[in-house]
Every structure is written in structure tokens, then in C-alpha cells.
Design a protein around this ligand. Sequence first.
Ligand code: BGC
Ligand code: NOJ
Length: 814
Amino acid sequence: MTYGHFDDKKCEYVITRPDTPVPWINYLGCEAYFGIISNTAGGYSFYRDARLRRLTRYRYNNVPFDLGGRYIYLRDNADGSLWSPSWQPTRHEAEDYSCRHGMGYSIIGSTYRRIKAETLYFVPLGENLEIWRLKITNLRRKTVRLSVFSCIEFCLWDAQDDATNFQRNFSTGEIEVEHGVIYHKTEYRERRNHFAYFACSEKLAGYDTQREAFVGAYRSWERPAAVEKGKSFNSHAHGWAPIGSHHVRLTLQPGETREITFLLGYHENPHDRKFVPPGSQTINKESVRPTIARYLQSAEVNNAFETLGQYWHRLLSLFQAITPDKHTNRMVNIWNAYQCMATFNMSRSASFYESGIGRGLGFRDSNQDLLGFVHMIPERARERILDLAATQLDTGGAYHQYQPLTKRGNNDIGGNFNDDPLWLILGVAAYLKETGDWGILDEPVPYDNLAGSEHPLYEHLERSLQYTLDRLGPHALPLIGRADWNDCLNLNCFSDTPGQSFQTTTNKEGKVAESVFIGGMFVLAATELAAIATRHGRRESARKYTAAAATMRATVSTHGWDGEWFLRAYDDYGRKIGSKECTEGKIFIEPQGFCILSGIGLDDGRAETALDSVQRMLATPHGIMLQQPAYSQYYLHLGEISSYPPGYKENAGIFCHNNPWVIIAETLVGNGDRAFDYYLRINPSARSKIIERHRCEPYVYAQMIAGKDAPTHGEAKNSWLTGTAAWNYVAITQWILGIRPTYDGLMVAPVVPTAWKGFNVTRMWQGVQYEISVARRGKGNTVRLVVDGRQIEGNVIPKPAAGIHRVSVKATLE
Ligand code: BGC
Ligand code: NOJ
């Protein structure tokens, strides 16, 4: 069975059957206004924050799984037949169905009884609105008279409240309709200064704003009463469920095509100018009218769409590779970069698996997302770094998460994840290497957003490191706190109460349980900070951090090595976790990846030994599992990890996020064949040949693929929002292809498969375009560089003289 194919020229994935195994989605918008859209037009929109400013309503875990979205209904007025060109919610027998998910847009449509209709959905750059451009063509030999109905259901802004507080919500909904534009203004009368609007380019035959009128009592979206009748009710919502629906009547001659534009947008007014006339309850629409008028014109829509195309073309052109492998090319050049934008914008907040309510921007997550995004729009990476640092506490610790709208730390999600602060150092190091913007280190940034607590960003980094040093355990390894990268290894939790949150419940002070993973991470972070300190004129600090890294390296080597691999942790009783002494959970992936990444074991053969153990014990054809053997039951002293059935999520699932750590580690020991083999095992495009097993979108990474203990081994889940995007982008571009920004120049250090004859990369870095062509002469990884015709020493291309914007590099691998 196939569900579609890649169209690499257009940077699109084309879905050709609507009934994909799970909804295959895309993101609209990449700045402030966002939408999630499935292949059948399901999904919702929000402004900045999927929890606090949700424009349209969406019910998760529905039946069918994906129901509710940006729907259009067509009705043949001659015989009353009705259908929806996006297949849902009517699920008619569509001819020629297709959904093209592209860079920031989706085009969804089908043909039904010779009426072809497709809708382009996108968000124009710089605007807080989305456009739906519907094109309808009459392929019949006769004139057809159609009714077109649009439909969205408004969310009452706070998605959490919207889904729970019905005693209030059924009475608050308010709408205005003016010149055919539907304005949703619930709570605008009181403290809100924002509203939504839904407009249509055509003269209306009618409209509806009350859900029960449009749908009809005891009916569903499948066959709304208004559509069945071919006539809107011109209903006004007073409480209950405000919706927006336009009705347009069209007559199409044979062969004729018509376009209709719908706009859904978000707008804010200054608090003192909310109403016109002042003192009334009527929305002041003065500043929004021009925007609406503008985008209802077809030429403006075309322009905006073209501009979006150019924008993405530029972003993608910053790193382009031509390798012998088409899956690599496609992911690197298009989809992996595109997914990095989505994870940068969403962190783990809103997808079809993240409800937009539970989590905002994760501290750890967002710092990692930067790694794959920073080369695209460094200014936004800069802003993100400063926002993250501003949520840091003066202890150096971090809120695990903050709300994108308020930029304030969110206590509900917990804290004391002891790895969190160290990620800030890695994020900033990546930013500095990419941009050379050392000024960021002097930016004054508050702690916990408290005015008056500002200190230079550099000091935040120092406190991040100190946070670990202040929390060392019995072996002088870092205390784990609530958890480290593995949110589910909860060694201080001891939760025995059903439903208790593993993220916020702690039952132990936690002075014993230690993390070898954080030990490895500390070595990397301290080494990075030492390098930063040296260049920032802090030689004394640099020495201190280098020494701290050396001490921790020695500690990990002594207390974190199990003989054939790195240990994972010590539990609250001081017993080993991830050791040959354990019967379950003998070996974990995280410390193998991260200890080696930080250089531990590279000089004494331990790295190779650990990686061989990974291959022997953790690798499957579908990727590398998180740990083995899976925990067979719930263990009080281990927490959430043992709550999952074997093979899923952190309990021995293939957690794709940390596969690239092992991939990078393989490149560090020079094993390009194995690194690339692992890379391909989880590459979504490469997995499209087993799509019936994989099931999730073949164009983006999923968080997890079921491990070998699961009955559904190989099945992916939780697509889109995962650190896998950034880390795989780093693994393939910087470590396998080996094009790596450093403080002194762009490094060329490929560790590619021995069978590759070569590859080419174009990389824009600090205003210079590098055209790099790599040719293999021998089987090794030794690089010789010829830069603009001159042979140079080493593998770092020196920064060119001012004024030079193109550099040509010929590299040979021997
Ligand atoms: C998941 C983790 C996730 C955590 C965040 C857990 O249930 O298994 O992957 O990081 O929740 O809250
Ligand atoms: C997903 C979370 O978003 C991430 O922060 C965490 O590291 C992994 N799960 C592993 O638990």
C-alpha cells in the first residue's frame, strides 16, 4: 500500500489517499500565527501560544481520530448532493484526492462527480492570519449551480478552560457580523483586547455563527443541516458554541474555474480603543479592515504565497547537499530543516500528540532545538536564548518549561531536572559558533524574569555549570534531581499513588541518586564554557572549567564505567542502574552517546567497546533502543520509565532523539559505515518503504518507534515535535558530512560510508558561501583541503578576508 510520494522539486510530500494510517500533518505559519493542518484539513490555529490564545476548537482523541478543522462543504443545488473536497468530514468517494504538504502551506482537494475543488492553506509572512484559497472547476458538460459553505468552530481562547469550564463557557460566547465578516469576540467585553475574524471574498447568500443552528440538533459535521438544506440560517451565537460559516452560491459554466478566498485572522486593539463608538460594546475594526480588504484580493494572495515560497527557498539554500543517497538529500535539503523550524517554534507544545495545553516551551528542549535551527534565522535563535535565560533561577536551576505568550516559567510542569541548566551552555555555544556574535554574552538578562536581577548572559552560563557542581553525590557524580534528559528515570519519586505526576511529585530529598549521563554532559558543557571563557577574556575561569571537566571525566571513568559500557546512574540506595549487575535495564543508550560525545573513552578504547555493546544489545533494524532488557513491571524506585509496557517510550522504545548521539559517537571513532547505517534506520524517507509498519508521516521524524519488546515493533508514534529533528540534522550535516562551524573557521571533517565516492555541500556561514566538494581517494577519514586553489594545513577553512563572499573548497578523503 502506498499513501503518497515525495515531490522533491516542489519540496512537497503528496498524499494520494485520504485514509492514512494516522493523520499526516503540516504546520502553517512560522512566526507568531500558527496552524496545524492534517491531510484532510483537520486541526486548529492559534496565536503564539496553543494554550492561551487558541482561535479554533479541536477535540483530541476524537472518533474518527481527526475531526474538526478548516472545512469546506460543496452542495450541488440540482440534486442536493453534498461533499467536502478535503474528504473529511463527509468522507465521500473522492476521485483524484490529493494533499500536498509543502513548506508552510498545504493544498488539499479532490474531484467529485466531475467537480474539482482544491484549497490552498497558508499564513502570509508578517501577518496574523491564514488564507484559504479555494479553486473550483466544473469539469462537467453542463452548467452547475453550487452552494459553498465554509466552517470553523471558535475556541474560547484558553484551550484548557475551553475544554472544561462549560458552566461558564456556554454563556459567554459572543459574535458580531458586519459586511459579511464574522467576528468572534468572546470575553472582549471584559479583559481581552483581541478578537478573531473570518471573512470571505464573495457576496454571501447567508452565514451562521451558532453551531447548533448550522449543524442541527442530533446531527454531526458529516451532514450539517444548513448544508443539507442549501441555506444558512443567519444564526447569531449567544453563548453555547460560536462558529463561523459563510454560504456562497456559484454558477459555473462547463470548464469554468472560480476562486474564493477565506481569511481567518487574529487582531488586537489597544485597551483604551477597544470599542467604537467609545462606551459601546462594538469592536473597533478600524485597524483590521485594511488587512481584511487587502487579503481578499486574489493578486495579494498570489503575492503573499510567492513571497512565502521565496522565503523558504532562501532558508533551505543555506545548507544544501548532494550525496549518493536520495533519502539523505531529501531530509537534509528539505524536510529535516523544515522540521527544525517546527520544533523551534513549537518546542513540544502543539501537534497531534501534544495537546497544546500541557507543555509550552521546554528549557531543555528549546536549547536543543536551537542546534538545528540556529543557521537558519540566527536573530530568532538569539531572542530565544535570551528568553530562556530570563527564566533561569538565580540558583542556576531552571523551570522545566515556560509559556510562549507570557515568557514566564511554568511551575505546574515541575523543576529540578538537574540536566536542564547545562543545555543552555550547549545552545549558546552553538549560537556563538554559528554567528560569532560575542556581544550576546554581555546582554543583561534577569533571573526568573525579575526586574533588577539582570546579569550578563555569560554569568548565567557560569551559574548553569555551578548548579551541577553544587549538587554532587556520593561518587562525586551529579545528583539526578527529579530526572535528567530521561524525564522518566525518576529516582527520587517513589510514587505509589495512581495518577500522581512523575514530573511534579518528589518523595525524597535526593542526596544519593546520581546520573552518569549528566556527568558526561557536564564534561561537554564545561569544555564548551572553557572555550567560550578563553575567547571572552576570562582565562582564569577557563582554567577552572577545564579542570572541572577533567575531574568529572576522571570520576565518570572511575565510577561510571561498567566494563563494557557506561553505567546509567546510581539509584537512591546507591545501587547501579544500567549495569551488567542488573537483570533488567542493563544498558542504556544515553551515557554511551553523551559520554563519548564529550570525549570520554576516545583515548583508551572504551568508546569503541561501548559502541560495540550498543550494536550488540540495543540496535534493531528500526533504530537503537533506549535500554535493554525492558523493565517487565513497575518499580517504585525507578518511576515512570517502568510504567510503560515493554518496548514503548522510555521503557526500551527506540527513542529517536538519542540515536543521533550514537551516530555522532560512531563518527568520533571514525566508523562512517555504522554511523550512516544507524542514520538510515530512522530516516523517515528511507522508512517510507515500510510505511504500513511505520504509519507516521514519512517526511518527518517521530519521537519514538516501538522497540523489539513491543508487539508493534517498528511502529512510529508522536511525530513532529521531538529533539530528533535538531539532533539528526546536526548528526548528518556536522558529523557524517562533517561540515562544522568552529570558532576559528568552518571545519570539513566528513566521516562518510566507505562506499561513497564523494559528495557536495553548499553552506552559507557568517555571510560567506562555501562550495565544498569532497572526493574519496582512500578508505579513511583523513582530509586534505584545497581552498580557492591553495592547499591548506588541517581541516578548518580559515575565515576569508573581508569582502570575500564565496569560497570554493576541494576536499579529498584518504
Ligand atoms: C514522557 C516523556 C516526556 C515527559 C514530559 C513522559 O510521559 O514519556 O517522553 O518527556 O512525559 O512531561
Ligand atoms: C521528551 C521530552 O520533551 C524531552 O525533554 C525528554 O528529554 C525526552 N522526552 C526523554 O524523556
